[in-house]
Design a protein around this ligand. Sequence first.
Ligand code: NAP
Length: 246
Amino acid sequence: MNLMGKVAIVTGGSKGIGAAISKELANAGVKVVVNYNSSQDCAERVVNEILANGGSAIAVKGDVSDLREASVLVEEAIEKYGRLDILVNNAGITRDRTFKKMDENNWRKVIDVNLNSVFNTTSIALQHLIDSGNGRIINISSIIGQAGGFGQTNYSAAKAGLIGFTKSLSLELARTGVTVNAICPGFIETEMLSEVPDNVREQIQGRIPARRFGHAEEIARGVLYLCQDGEYITGQQLNINGGLYM
Ligand code: NAP
């Protein structure tokens, strides 16, 4: 698919993996709506970089765990660009603690931002993606949703939920031309990973067959591939993890 002139929303596009996805898509000619919740400066930096490279982008604030704010995000994208072809559900947070110490707030917050947000954005964006003729929904899940993670029952449940959501929705949409896929990154060098204590990071790195953490750009290239060449790929999990989970 030629991506020139297509329109994408990238949730949590202000930082890390979402910022890399926004720039990668923009380099391919996609007009990008860079969503953020609190990091306005970071989102504007991403937009300015895209504009400086001759692309088109806007930053739109919105907490995607809130249905009304997700709705405004999609409306602003349509108002600015008149169409929507690609939805990348990337926004995510962690609130790690063992289950014994897991309080309701940390459980619900992580499910809301990582999983319920995807209901919010996708349900509002769906008709526009169908109208696009070859829409793309890409959900950024995680290796933790596949293999589990110590101290991550909330995050793991949310990310596994995304995989089930991806498969079921792909069945419902296959005939419309909208593909629905998940990307499951391994451990990627971003702010999220920097929250992990150094000794744990070293242990993790030692277990990765490739012996290094991934780069946000390596996830972004997976998104680009699914958008550009993925018309017959739907309901799948693309594992980008240096061989850590097979
Ligand atoms: P990050 O650097 O912490 O960035 C998270 C992004 O999500 C930020 O742009 C943040 O924007 C946004 N965000 C958080 N809450 C939001 C909300 N309620 N509404 C809208 N945006 C929100 O994290 P990352 O490592 O790039 O992670 C991106 C995605 O990849 C997440 O879904 C994460 O679970 C997944 N992932 C990451 C790794 C890894 O190793 N890094 C591995 C597997 C999967 P604001 O700062 O503006 O709130």
